[in-house]
Design a protein around this ligand. Structure first.
Ligand SMILES: CC(C)(COP(=O)(O)OP(=O)(O)OC[C@H]1O[C@@H](n2cnc3c(N)ncnc32)[C@H](O)[C@@H]1OP(=O)(O)O)[C@@H](O)C(=O)NCCC(=O)NCCS
Length: 206
């Protein structure tokens, strides 16, 4: 059995302990999320350099330096006293390269308005096994329960059917089309806007 990262001495930051506390790190092959680690650069680069993984993302395909910068920036952001961006490694036991198969994140876009944004990426070899749905549900739960967000958004390119399916499966609603929303490798692209609203976290409703 592997040593859960949160029991390692060099565990870099804290919010991961709040996420996926349930069956995290067991041997059943289920995906789990753990604090991003400086040694994850190799695993991160293995998927971040893949053009198919980056097809709908504004970043990538990464150079090794860009993957290193991603890790450095995410670690710095996550260790802030009141982090606005929290990123976790998605891991499964037995995947190799420290078991990291992807990453998921939540960004608090407004503390005042209790609003945030989520994102996910997985290595291609691990697609279509339900891992992203599992990760997305956990991040959404964390955003609501630990961060108290009232509105959590996700954007997705219209061609990214897999992500649309993931977001719908965790109960996010498609609210609209953001025209010419994002610049992807020199090409302007539309985005679909998805959101989940938690009225219990809305101060007016409480
Ligand atoms: C989007 C992504 C995270 C989905 O990961 P995943 O682990 O394959 O998703 P899941 O296995 O949880 O699949 C969820 C649903 O999507 C469906 N799905 C997955 N890939 C699909 C595809 N290419 N076409 C149609 N449906 C697809 C699955 O069948 C499943 O639906 P079902 O349960 O009704 O059968 C993954 O494809 C990815 O990392 N893509 C590259 C990065 C990216 O685009 N991130 C978003 C940035 S905008």
């Amino acid at each position: 059995m592997r040593v859960p990262r949160d029991q390692r001495e060099d565990r870099p930051f804290g919010p991961d302990a709040l996420l996926w506390s349930a069956d995290a790190g067991t041997d059943d092959g289920a995906a789990t999320a753990e604090g991003l680690h400086p040694g994850d650069v190799e695993a991160v680069h293995a998927y971040a350099r893949d053009p198919e993984v980056c097809r709908y993302t504004e970043w990538g395909p990464n150079t090794p330096a860009q993957s290193q910068t991603f890790i450095d920036e995410m670690l710095a952001a996550s260790s802030a006293e009141r982090p606005a961006v929290m990123t976790w490694a998605v891991t499964i036991a037995g995947a190799g390269a420290e078991d990291v198969i992807g990453a998921c994140s939540v960004t608090v876009t407004s503390h005042e308005h209790r609003r945030g944004m989520m994102g996910y990426v997985l290595a291609q070899a691990h697609w279509r096994r339900g891992y992203a749905t599992e990760a997305a549900a956990a991040v959404l739960g964390f955003a609501r329960e630990a961060l108290g967000l009232a509105r959590v958004e996700a954007t997705c390119r219209p061609g990214n059917v897999a992500l649309q399916r993931v977001l719908a499966k965790i109960g996010m609603q498609q609210e609209g089309l953001l025209r010419s929303h994002i610049l992807i490798r020199g090409r302007r692209e539309d985005s679909l806007l998805f959101a989940a609203v938690d009225w219990a976290n809305d101060p007016q409703e409480a």
